[in-house]
Design a protein around this ligand. Structure first.
Ligand SMILES: [Zn+2]
Length: 184
């Protein structure tokens, strides 16, 4: 099926998903489940139209049910990390609109959760990915995400500056120590 109205939003594993991850869908009669949505977003066989619809619904849930969802995500940190990992993995899809939607959801989740550790972990993950990427074009979604996060969470710039300047200092110290040992 290629039409959104004919798409099933729940997977066969839905029975194993807790009710806290289930929300009303914008389409009457349909239910959105975060667990099922993540399963389908991870599935390379799922058509783009389905993934776009799921990301649109996910964004609406994050915006409209933010308190319930954020409470659940804050209590289940491993789900939050998994959510961000699945969304950043979508950067590898050739469809730019899927990447743009994934970035939008990530920015909303990060802005609303206000969890420094989660955001810093995400930045570390995407910057490492950028360093491994073979081309600038391939790094664009990650760079766009970092730009959007810096724009949306102004204190993040100071946090990153402190974290990365400390990392750079440690690297320089370790290089100096190595140079002294070699010189001896
Ligand atoms: Zn489910």
């Amino acid at each position: 099926m290629n039409t959104v109205s004919g798409l099933m939003l729940l997977t066969s594993n839905h029975i194993a998903h807790d009710d806290q991850w289930t929300f009303n869908c914008s389409r009457p009669g349909l239910i959105f489940c975060l667990g099922c949505a993540l399963e389908q977003l991870e599935d390379p066989e799922k058509p783009s139209v389905m993934k776009k619809f799921l990301l649109t619904e996910m964004l609406k849930v994050v915006i409209d049910n933010d308190q319930e969802l954020l409470q659940s995500l804050n209590e289940e940190q491993q789900v939050s990390v998994h959510l961000l990992t699945v969304l950043t993995d979508l950067f590898n899809t050739p469809d730019d609109s899927i990447t743009a939607s994934a970035i939008e959801v990530i920015v909303q989740v990060c802005c609303k959760m206000k969890n420094d550790d989660l955001v810093c972990g995400l930045i570390n993950q995407v910057t490492s990915q950028c360093l491994e990427d073979s081309s600038f074009q391939h790094s664009l979604p990650s760079l766009n995400l970092i730009g959007r996060l810096l724009q949306s969470i102004p204190p993040l710039a100071d946090l990153l500056q402190r974290a990365y300047s400390r990392k750079i200092k440690l690297n320089i110290l370790s290089m100096c120590e190595h140079t002294v040992v070699v010189a001896e």
